[in-house]
Design a protein around this ligand. Structure first.
Ligand code: UD1
Length: 418
């Protein structure tokens, strides 16, 4: 097991080369088995969630090859529609496989999905939507059994804009008979990316990015070579790291409007933000001010995947902040670790009250989930003295070469095997 040893207090300067978006690449990998033709996803990030998804595809009988960071999936010989519990428990995104397995084989068996332990994460919206497309679903012994004679297009209203459910419905509807209309869809940029990918395979999907998506079922889908969008959450993480440390950092490849609310909040802190096309540059000097209130919401609201990082920033700003987590009920699990570093935070239910302190200090902390882990790294970069961040397995799921990228910006961070 590895740990990070971080000697805090250095300003950050430079440009970060962003990875492709984790939350795009995972559903695109699931989508790759919709066709028996070759699919290449270019510049996939070197993160364990991607290798885990590749392993799931191999279990189904697909050939998955990596050439550098390009991953090619040839599922011509795929014959299995069952995903073992060992793999689904590793990775929540395995739930997307339901939609694509149903399209490909008209049947799917998966164990209840796992992923970061950040709340209940039910999948009722996914399952109810699949039923409307004509799928019979039974659950027994921790497995979900889905089957249908054929998929039929339908009107699907969903109560909450779930990202995963929206993606799963697209994957199940692309070859369904007739038209599917999804109302109340999630509007995240990664859903637009999935639409573009599917349409390049020959699908007829329109409306992604709005709350109504229409899918006209097609008979066949072909292969595709695709460059996914860049990771806006990774971009946000480095921008927040620069905000807390001071300095000037540039990220390239993310549309500013895709992290619009973060940029607004960083300006409110007192950072200077310049944007030009897909370039975002932050400059941070002097003591920053707390954000009065940040509330996580589905896109275009403030992303829950940046909640922990912006909370870490607020711990050393002047004043106080209220952070409200509306998406995942246990997403404040990192708070006790930040408290070990001197942060003054009180959590009550879905609210965290932050009182800014002058400085954090080094400590030994445990990264218990992906974004909470990123918050600890961010705090450590700005803290006085040395911090050890233990258990990098969650960080490795979502950030490629975190220490290399931070070192190139001038921070003192080492990865050590223990
Ligand atoms: C995706 C992202 C994750 C991000 C989240 C919210 C991927 C691989 N992961 O996760 O990084 O934090 O969106 O932006 O893209 N819900 C239900 N029933 C369901 C489905 C969801 O009640 O059937 C609830 C969840 O418990 C949660 C909320 O809806 O409270 C949002 O979940 P959802 O948008 O589905 O998140 P994921 O797709 O799991």
């Amino acid at each position: 097991m590895d740990k990070f040893v971080i000697d805090g207090g250095r300003k950050l300067f430079g440009e970060v080369r962003l990875q492709s978006a984790k939350n795009s690449v995972l559903p695109l990998l699931a989508a790759s088995i919709l066709t028996d033709r070759r699919v290449t996803i270019c510049e996939a990030p070197a993160i364990t969630d991607v290798s885990c998804m590749a392993q799931i595809l191999r279990e189904l009988g697909a050939e998955v090859t990596f050439q550098g960071n390009n991953v090619t999936i040839d599922s011509a010989n795929a014959c299995s529609h069952k995903i073992s519990s060992a793999l689904t428990k590793e990775l929540r995104s395995s739930v997307f496989m339901l939609g694509s397995l149903l399209t490909r084989f008209h049947r799917a068996v998966i164990a209840y999905p796992g992923g970061c332990d950040i709340g209940l994460r039910p999948i009722d919206i996914h399952l109810n939507a699949l039923k409307r497309l004509g799928v019979n679903i039974t659950e027994r012994d921790g497995y979900i059994y889905c089957e249908c004679d054929r998929l039929r297009g339908a009107e699907i209203p969903i109560d909450f804009p779930s990202v995963g459910a929206t993606e799963n419905i697209l994957l199940a509807a692309v070859k369904a008979e007739g038209t599917t209309t999804l109302q109340g869809a999630a509007k995240e940029p990664e859903i637009v990316d999935l639409q573009n990918f599917l349409n390049q395979m020959g699908a007829k999907v329109r409306g992604a990015g709005t709350d109504t998506i229409e899918v006209e079922g097609v008979k066949t889908l072909g292969g595709v070579e695709y460059f996914p969008i860049k990771d806006r959450i990774e971009a946000g993480t480095y921008l927040i790291a620069c905000a807390i440390c001071g300095g000037e950092v540039e990220v390239n490849g993310v549309k500013p409007e895709n992290i619009g609310l973060l940029l607004h909040k960083l300006r409110e802190n007192g950072c200077k933000i310049h944007t030009k096309n897909d370039k975002i540059k932050i400059a941070s000097y002097g003591r920053l001010k707390c954000n009065r209130r940040i509330e996580t919401m589905p896109f275009p609201g403030f992303p829950t995947d940046l909640q922990a990082q912006i909370t870490a920033l607020n711990t050393v700003c002047e004043g106080g902040a209220l952070i409200v987590e509306n998406l995942f009920e246990t997403r404040f699990k990192y708070v006790p670790e930040l408290q070990k570093m001197g942060a003054d935070i009180e959590v009550r239910g879905r609210n965290a009250f932050v009182r800014g302190v002058n400085k954090l200090h080094g400590a030994t902390v445990l990264a218990g989930d992906l974004r909470g882990g990123a918050a600890l790294v961010i705090a450590a970069l700005a803290a006085d003295g040395v911090t050890e961040v233990l258990d990098l397995s969650y960080l490795d799921r979502g950030y490629s070469d975190l220490q290399g990228k931070l070192r190139s910006l001038g921070s003192e961070i080492k990865r050590v095997r223990i």
